[in-house]
Design a protein around this ligand. Structure first.
Ligand code: ZN
Length: 354
């Protein structure tokens, strides 16, 4: 004979299992009010995608990449090799990135741009000693590494995530905050989205900005000459980087140049609040297009912004030998990755913000 006590325990256990599974099956139920844009189906799709993907961010994975790119490889440049290695340190970084992306199921492609290392002007302040290359400086072939999730309904409209993977070519800096961390942030997004089926093509571009000319110019021009449009380009450079006074604060600045970019900056702010990411989020206007997002604006794609930890850039180790991976705020970088993920999913679901 079964005792009522045992039945009660069984029923209670079943109820517990159901309660545990409900948020797994219906993750949207725990989200706040829908975004103002879109119908309820779109809102649910967006909420489900963000919730299921954003919880898979992994600071350990980002940290391993960061230490490989800025410690195992102490530099990522075309004019210096790790002693005893045949390839330049940037070519080694490229191989590693291709290996990661291939492991995630992408088929990464490379293009080619002729570049030189920057020269060095010792009369300038230490952080700003890059200068035009000397006349006889050798030329190298630099490549962007490009991987994408093809869009189902709008394959010619690109949502671009870009990060420069090289370190400073005129000084022996590991370039951890500038920009191994942005590279690992973009790579983390590629990981999170590796099985996502977007409506618009999501293109990841790992470029070079510490050699000259910048290879993001090639990437943007190639999109233009292929007759494609850039729905938005989000540059990750120095994510989570801030001054020692700001230590402990989780910061992100969205830097924009155009009115379209300002709309993207405002979108970042809304998404940070909507998802309670708790980043200290702000926006910053630059007079002129700059950095790798600027290459898109210059190519005629005004929907381009930069996500960065501080603006003006407040890292005391900027462009110095002391820009080492132990100084990276990985938790802050992870939050910026989640915010950028939200923006990508928003743009793919609802299109550009009003
Ligand atoms: Zn940088």
């Amino acid at each position: 004979m079964k005792t009522p006590g045992r039945n009660f325990i069984k029923a209670f256990a079943k109820l517990l299992i159901v309660l545990i599974l409900i948020p797994e099956i219906f993750p949207v139920t725990t989200l706040a009010q829908p975004l103002q844009t879109g119908d309820s189906k779109q809102n649910k799709k967006y909420a489900y995608s963000f919730k299921s993907l954003s919880r898979k961010t992994d600071t350990d994975r980002m940290q391993r990449g960061l230490f490989y790119l800025s410690q195992s490889l102490p530099r990522r440049v075309l004019n210096w090799s790790v002693p005893g290695h045949n390839l330049s340190s940037l070519e080694e970084a490229d191989l590693w990135l291709i290996q990661q992306l291939t492991g995630y199921g992408y088929q990464p492609e490379k293009d080619a741009t002729q570049v030189r290392a920057f020269g060095r002007d010792l009369t300038k302040p230490l952080a700003h000693q890059y200068a035009a290359p000397p006349e006889d400086a050798p030329w190298f072939t630099a490549c962007n590494i490009i991987a994408e999730r093809p869009g189902k309904t709008n394959p010619d409209d690109l949502i671009v995530v870009i990060a420069h993977k090289d370190s400073q070519s005129w000084i022996a800096s590991p370039g951890a905050n500038d920009n191994a961390i942005g590279t690992c942030g973009a790579l983390e997004l590629a990981y999170l989205l590796r099985r996502f089926k977007p409506d618009h093509t999501i293109r990841f571009i790992f470029c070079n900005e510490e050699h000259t000319p910048w290879t993001s110019v090639t990437a943007a021009e190639n999109i233009k000459s292929a007759g494609k449009d850039v729905l938005a380009a989000i540059n990750l450079d120095g994510i989570g980087v801030k001054s020692p006074q700001q230590a402990g604060h989780l910061t992100n600045v969205t830097r924009f140049t155009t009115p379209e970019g300002e709309k993207l900056a405002d979108l970042m702010d809304r998404l940070n609040t909507f998802h309670s990411l708790k980043l200290v989020q702000s926006k910053y206007r630059s007079e002129h297009p700059g950095d790798d997002d600027g290459s898109f604006i210059n190519a005629g794609f005004p929907w381009a912004v930069l996500n960065i930890g501080s603006m003006p850039y407040a890292d005391p180790n900027y462009h110095l030998e002391t820009d080492t991976p132990d100084k990276v705020d990985i938790k802050n970088a992870e939050l910026t990755v989640r915010l950028t993920l939200a923006a990508i999913l928003y743009l793919d679901t609802f299109g550009r913000p009003d």
